[in-house]
Design a protein around this ligand. Structure first.
Ligand SMILES: NC(=O)c1ccc[n+]([C@@H]2O[C@H](COP(=O)([O-])OP(=O)(O)OC[C@H]3O[C@@H](n4cnc5c(N)ncnc54)[C@H](O)[C@@H]3O)[C@@H](O)[C@H]2O)c1
Length: 309
C-alpha cells in the first residue's frame, strides 16, 4: 500500500513536470458547443473523438460539422473548390465518433467536456473517466456557470484539471477563457493555453470565479436591461436600439437574451443568486422567470422577448 502510494506520487509529479503537447482530443457532448469544439480541433490537425449518448445524436453532430465546414470553406477558398474539398476531407478524416467515453479515453491527451450543465451529471462522467484515462491526460470542462473546482473534485487529478470556456458559435468566436483553479498546476495551465493557441483562438486566463470574465460582466448587464424594461423606463426595442447605436454593440440585450436562450440565462442567474443571495447584480427577474415558465425560451422556441416567424 505504502509502495503504491509512493509510486503514484512520483509518477503524478513527473506527469505534472512535463508540459503536454495536445494531439489527441476527446470531446464529450456533441451538441452546440461540443460539435463546434470538435470541428475546430479536427480542422487544426488534432485527432478528435466526439462522444455523445446515441448514434442518432452523433449523426446530427457530424452533419452539422460538415455543413459548417462547407460554409466556412466557401469563404476561406473562394474560387478554389478543390482546395475547399481537400480541407473538408482532411478535417473529417481527423474526426471519429463514439458512444462509449471509457473505451476512447485510454489514448487521449485532453478530454474536453461539453455536456448538459448539471454538476451531478458532469461529476459522474469525470469520476468514471478518471479511472480509465492515462495519468497524464488533462481534463477540462466547458461549463459556463459551474465552478471548475466543484467538477474537478470528482476526480483524483485536480492538478491536471482546468476550464476551457469556448464561445458560441465556436468556429467563429476567437476567445477562449482558460480557467486555473487553486489546484491546477502550472504545466496543465500552460498546456491548455498552448492548445487553444494551436486551435487559432485567442486565450485569456481567469481564476475560477462565477462567470469568469465575459459572463460575469455580460449577464448582470443583460439582467439590468430586463429590470429597466420591467420598471417601464424604456421599451425593449428602444433599449436594443440604444445599446447598438449608443454603445456600438452588435446586438441589443433582448436580442442577445433570445439568442442565448432565456432558460440558459435564468439557470445562470439562479445559480449565482444561490451562491450570493445578497448581491443585487445576481437578483432573479420575475419577467424572465415568467417567460421561461411559459416555455418562451427565445429564438430556439420561436418566441422569447420577441417573436420569430
Ligand atoms: N450554448 C452556449 O452558448 C454555451 C457557451 C459556452 C459554454 N457552454 C457550456 O457548454 C456545455 C454544453 O452546452 P451546449 O449548449 O453545447 O448544450 P447542448 O444541449 O447543445 O449539448 C449537450 C450535449 O451533451 C450530450 N450529453 C448529455 N449528457 C451526456 C453524457 N453523460 N455523456 C455524453 N453526452 C452527454 C447531450 O446528448 C447533448 O448532445 C454546458 O456546460 C454549457 O454551460 C454553452
Amino acid at each position: 500500500m505504502a509502495f503504491a502510494t509512493r509510486r503514484f506520487v512520483r509518477s503524478a509529479s513527473s506527469a505534472a513536470a512535463k508540459k503536454l503537447i495536445v494531439k489527441h482530443v476527446t470531446v464529450i457532448g456533441g451538441g452546440l458547443m461540443g460539435a463546434g469544439i470538435a470541428q475546430v480541433a479536427a480542422a487544426t490537425g488534432h485527432t478528435v473523438v466526439l462522444v455523445d449518448q446515441t448514434d442518432e445524436i452523433l449523426k446530427n453532430s457530424r452533419k452539422g460539422i460538415e455543413d459548417s465546414l462547407k460554409r466556412m470553406t466557401k469563404k476561406m477558398f473562394t474560387d478554389k473548390p478543390e482546395a475547399a474539398a481537400q480541407f473538408i476531407e482532411k478535417t473529417l478524416k481527423n474526426l471519429t465518433v463514439s458512444t462509449d467515453p471509457v473505451a476512447v479515453v485510454h489514448s487521449t491527451d485532453l478530454v474536453i467536456e461539453a455536456i448538459v450543465e448539471n454538476l451531478q451529471v458532469k461529476n459522474d462522467l469525470f469520476k468514471r473517466l478518471d479511472k480509465f484515462a492515462p495519468e497524464n491526460t488533462i481534463f477540462a470542462s466547458n461549463t459556463s456557470s459551474l465552478q471548475i473546482t466543484d467538477i474537478a473534485n470528482s476526480t483524483t487529478r485536480q492538478d491536471r484539471f482546468g476550464g476551457l470556456h469556448f464561445f458560441n458559435p465556436v468556429p467563429m468566436m476567437k476567445l477562449v477563457e482558460v480557467i486555473k483553479t487553486p489546484m491546477t498546476n502550472q504545466k496543465t495551465f500552460e498546456s491548455l493555453m498552448e492548445f487553444t493557441k494551436a486551435l487559432g483562438k485567442n486565450p485569456i486566463s481567469c481564476k475560477d470565479t462565477p462567470g469568469f470574465v465575459v459572463n460575469r460582466l455580460l449577464v448582470p448587464y443583460l439582467m439590468e436591461a430586463v429590470r429597466l424594461y420591467e420598471r417601464g423606463d424604456a421599451s425593449k426595442e428602444d433599449i436594443d436600439v440604444a445599446m447598438k447605436l449608443g454603445a456600438g454593440y452588435p446586438m441589443g440585450p433582448f436580442e442577445l437574451l433570445d439568442y442565448v436562450g432565456l432558460d440558459t440565462s435564468k439557470y445562470i442567474i439562479d445559480g449565482w443568486h444561490s451562491l450570493e443571495p445578497n448581491n443585487p447584480l445576481f437578483a432573479p427577474s420575475p419577467l424572465l422567470n415568467k417567460l421561461v415558465e411559459e416555455r418562451k425560451m427565445g429564438k430556439k422556441t420561436g418566441e422569447g422577448f420577441y417573436k420569430y416567424k
